[in-house]
Design a protein around this ligand. Structure first.
Ligand code: SF4
Length: 240
């Protein structure tokens, strides 16, 4: 999955880093992951637990006199929200039920007392998914939600999912149309009229490469032709 999202970080990198941290006396490790990514399989979600267990194992490989007592590995997952102008702008976000299922799957895999599992609030991720790729029809929903009393939604104690759903219903807008629907590559997207420089053809090719888990190298090592140069002075990019 790290290759799908073009992270360019290996498991070996992570294990070496935590090993150094343990040897330097750190005993709290926080690992952040994303679930609900395009092309994700259950084994990828379970792989998060496997990786956390490897971190625990690495701690116990460090001689006792060299490590701090009391290990605590915290695994946090957030849920993937597709964004415009990215190779995943066509992807249908995982439904809340699917995300809950994946969170349960992971929770069941984590049995160690050294590992704590936290996850990002799923209804908030769903709303993020709606608004990140929304269009003008959502304006009415925003106003309606505010009229119904929604405010400070970033604070969990204020967030009220039912009121948001009521706002969608009263405005006759289906939130799934925006969040969980897979778009076809030739669909006209609400943000297509904005030219950010990176070409749609490039995003499509990155999407197809992601499906095959093919990495695109860091373009500072050589231009990969994203198309942004047409917006830059003299048509040249930073590394030319
Ligand atoms: S070097 Fe510039 S034009 Fe080439 S891929 Fe990178 S950002 Fe795009």
């Amino acid at each position: 999955m790290r290759d799908v999202i073009n992270k360019g970080v290996t498991e070996d990198d992570l294990i070496k880093s935590v090993r150094s941290a343990f040897e330097l006396g750190w005993n709290n490790i926080k690992l952040y992951f994303m679930i609900g990514l395009p092309f994700e399989e259950d084994e990828d979600v379970e792989g998060i637990a496997d990786l956390a267990y490897k971190v625990v194992d690495e701690y116990f490989k460090v001689p006792k006199d060299k490590r701090q007592k009391g290990l605590n590995v915290t695994v946090s997952t957030s849920s993937f929200v597709p964004k415009p102008f990215t190779p995943f702008q066509w992807f249908g976000q995982n439904t809340m039920d699917e995300l809950y299922r994946k969170q349960r799957l992971l929770k069941e895999k984590i049995k160690s007392r050294f590992i704590t599992y936290n996850w990002h609030e799923t209804p908030i991720s769903f709303l993020e998914g709606v608004f990140s790729r929304g269009d003008r029809r959502l304006t009415n929903v925003l106003i309606k939600a505010w009229e119904l009393g929604c405010k400070f939604d970033g604070w969990q104690e204020f967030f009220n999912y039912e009121k948001w759903m009521k706002a969608f219903e009263e405005c006759g807008v289906d939130p799934h149309f925006y969040a969980t629907r897979e778009r076809s590559l030739d669909e006209v997207l609400p943000w297509d009229f904005i030219d950010v420089g990176v070409s749609k053809e490039y995003l499509i090719s990155e999407y197809k490469k992601a499906e095959k888990g093919i990495l695109t190298p860091d373009c500072r090592q050589g231009c990969t032709g994203c198309g942004i140069t047409k917006l830059l002075k003299g048509g040249k990019c930073f590394n030319e």
